[in-house]
Write a protein that binds this ligand. Sequence first.
Ligand SMILES: Nc1ncnc2c1ncn2[C@@H]1O[C@H](COP(=O)(O)OP(=O)(O)OP(=O)(O)O)[C@@H](O)[C@H]1O
Length: 463
Amino acid sequence: MGYAPVLVGVGLAGIAVWALVWVVRYLRADAMTRQSIRQAVRVRRTWKRLAQMLNLSATDKMPTAMASLANTDGKPIKPRVLVPALKVTHDAYGVIARAGCLPGVGLAEFQKAAPYLADAWRMTRVSALPGDRPGHVVLRGVRVDPLITRTVHVPTGRPPEEYAKWELGVDEYGMPVFVPLKEVPGVAVGGLPGFGKTSCVNRLVCDWAPSPAVQFVFFDGKVSHAYEGDYADLVHRAFAFCGDDLEEANKLFKELVELRRARSASIRSVLGRKNMWHVGPSDDWPLVVIVIDEAHTYFRDHKGSDPATKRLAALAADNARLVEDLVKKGRSVGFLALLTTQKTTGDAIPTFIRDVCPVGLSFAQKTADAAVAALGDDIREWPDASPVNLQDPAYVGVAVMSQHGRPGFIRIRTPYVADEDAARVAAETCHLVRHPAQLLEDLTGRNVVDLTKGESEPPAVAA
Ligand SMILES: Nc1ncnc2c1ncn2[C@@H]1O[C@H](COP(=O)(O)OP(=O)(O)OP(=O)(O)O)[C@@H](O)[C@H]1O
């Protein structure tokens, strides 16, 4: 008994420290997070009652052994009402609650109750998703709509922890969205002008630029010279750049196809594998990211019978053939093509290229047909997610993408990357630029053109 005051004192001190931590966290949080903290407190406080009102509880009529032992007066034992255990955390957008399932109360019941939970918790939306462990669900409540909350991404300038992970932004529940681009040969990004395509690609370039295992080449169909356009700063991190000149583009595409063929011819002797992704990109064998912005410039059919127009038409057809080669055969030897265009219809990006790009992303579109061209026929079955609904200026920077491994589409708020930040990253990382053809020649001791002839196996080089 003599220890009781000490124990009470320790308990009170613990509570005081806990309260102090919370007060400091609350005071240091921004206005949006503070509101979420208050909401999280209310969600916890009202959960027991609310769960029962929404039929998210179970009744256990069988008395527990302890209750039976304690029941000495023989009165019937009252059934127990079980309420799912709830762990609530918060962020700037709202709350994240992890709930345990009960007999008869699972994911389907939580999904059914989601609109009522949203009303009770004063949220714009509540979603119920499978939890990270079996028998659990995650309830995500957002107070502000993450899709119309503009965000900014400041690139760290540090190499990415994982290769080829494309961090895109947050979904409509404020949860981070990323796409693994390992083993992906092509990405097609569509959307009306000024809705954020270039900014979205900028982010990828800025995030990956600090890694020497990635080399970039830019095609910008909107400008004649690199210093004029969106890539004026990023170009310093590229081993090659091409503007809207079809002839120059054709030459550069041809060089890239030569490089692709040379890599295919030598990959086994250099890397000891048939697929670069089995070992991952390296400083000597980097992932070659080919950004083709305003792609329609290079592939558009030119109609006319005069010699100049015929020549342009021939170049455009040849460009399409070359890019098809890079997308269809480049994956295993470390090529990734990122094509952006305003309308991903067949006249802008030939369907034989677009249809082999496994990842498709669309910013706002004007018509349902343009949405189908960008995202496939399935988008007709998900009208709520259609990029046609994103034409309001509030949705600049919002894209639609098909869900990986699940039916349906997700909408993503991509962040804005300021030009100054892109310039900073490019300046800090420009010393990492290497021409992949030169790197291959250093590895094999042979010229890229000789390698593609394949008359004999190139000399073996240690991986
Ligand atoms: N994610 C974003 N969040 C907020 N604003 C953005 C975002 N992305 C772009 N913007 C704004 O929209 C403008 C146009 O963006 P961007 O150049 O990326 O569009 P685009 O779709 O590539 O257009 P175009 O087809 O004409 O090249 C930017 O200058 C910026 O002000």
